[in-house]
Write a protein that binds this ligand. Structure first.
Ligand code: PEP
Ligand code: MN
Length: 341
């Protein structure tokens, strides 16, 4: 951290800052110029930040150099993390395509979607059993029965399955049935849940919060890695903005920034980001070009009958066409579909 003093700040104000830092157990390294004094601070990050030096007389600016995370950074690990899940891979050139319905509704629906998605080239199958709905009156998901249907669907095509864990109390059960545990956008800063999942040895798909900054998202991932779970996939799923034409705003700059900042695989979810079927193909293509390591696409056999997120779901035929269209783009990025055939 750097404390930048105002031009010609009084010696008294400088001494006051230095005294406070030393009392907090930090070292203060002075850089004293003609008009400006800058104090370089080395010490316990949380204690130093808690001093809130910004408000003191003579202080112009406090620059936080230290980041609240380190295990997720490229400085800590320069090479890409590659996660193996069954016969699928993600990261380090392996491109993941996670396809399936928003929510698991029936055996017929799940087996059918899994068959069609796998035939089209999906590398993982998704389906929600516990749904985080904005309204308490909306369909909340099939729970354990849904998990079993998802497992059977994944097994029927020999692909791993992804589903959301909504609550710490369900973590063990979901981990028993699924291969990848999803932390939804509304739970990205549920630190108890992150700590619990950090202790598990199952890959985690961490979705960016509705209004989470890039640094907050990386800090959430840091919780998982700090707990010992290194298999974390980040997911850009759009953030809340003033725009209402789309459900959210797909932040592709965040995809590119995550790729620079972290070694973890980064995927994009154009379904939740746009809320609109007609925007999924262009946004999938753009995500690949921005450097994404994968996509999450909602696919439903009859989107108009879907219990959840029908308007943003592709039919299996549309999904198959999407896959044919993106294969060359994935190759152009020097990547390949992450699945052993
Ligand atoms: C989902 O993936 O179905 C979902 C609920 O996503 P999000 O948490 O990004 O809204
Ligand atoms: Mn959904």
């Amino acid at each position: 951290m750097l404390v930048v003093m105002r031009d010609h700040a009084s010696q008294e104000s400088i001494d006051h800052v230095v005294d406070l830092l030393r009392e907090a157990g930090a070292e203060a390294h002075m850089s004293t110029g003609e008009v400006k004094t800058i104090i370089g601070v080395v010490g316990e990050r949380e204690i130093v930040y808690a001093l809130e030096l910004e408000g003191l007389p003579g202080v112009q600016e406090v620059i936080r150099v230290l980041k609240p995370f380190k295990l997720v950074t490229r400085e800590f690990q320069p090479e890409d993390t590659v996660i193996r899940i069954g016969r699928s891979f993600v990261g380090g050139g392996a491109f993941a395509v996670i396809a399936g319905p928003c929510s698991i509704e029936s055996e017929e629906q799940m087996l059918g979607v899994a068959r069609d998605a796998a035939a089209a080239g999906a590398t993982l199958i998704r389906g929600g059993a516990y749904k985080p709905r904005s309204s308490p009156y909306a369909f909340q998901g099939m729970g354990l029965e849904g998990l079993k249907l998802l497992r059977a669907a994944g097994d029927s095509v020999d692909l791993p399955v992804v589903t959301e864990v909504l609550d710490v109390r369900d973590a063990e059960t979901v981990a028993q049935w699924a291969d990848v545990l999803q932390v939804g956008a509304r739970n990205m800063q549920n630190f108890m849940l992150l700590e619990e999942l950090g202790r598990m040895r199952k890959p985690i798909l961490l979705k960016r919060g509705l209004a989470a900054t890039i640094e907050e998202t990386l800090s959430a991932a840091e919780y998982l890695l700090k707990g010992g779970n290194r298999d974390v996939i980040l997911c850009e799923r759009g953030v809340r903005t003033f725009e209402t034409y789309t459900r959210n705003t797909l932040d592709l700059a965040a995809v590119a920034a995550f790729k620079q900042l972290t070694h973890l695989p980064v995927i994009a979810d154009p379904s939740h980001a746009t809320g609109r079927r007609d925007l999924i193909v262009p946004m999938s293509r753009a995500s690949i070009t921005a450097g994404a390591d994968g996509l999450m696409i909602e696919v439903h056999p009859q989107p108009e009958r879907a219990k959840c997120d029908g308007p943003q779901s592709l039919t299996p035929a549309d999904f198959s066409a999407l896959m044919d269209g993106i294969r060359p783009l994935i190759a152009l990025e020097g990547k390949h579909l992450g699945v052993d055939l």
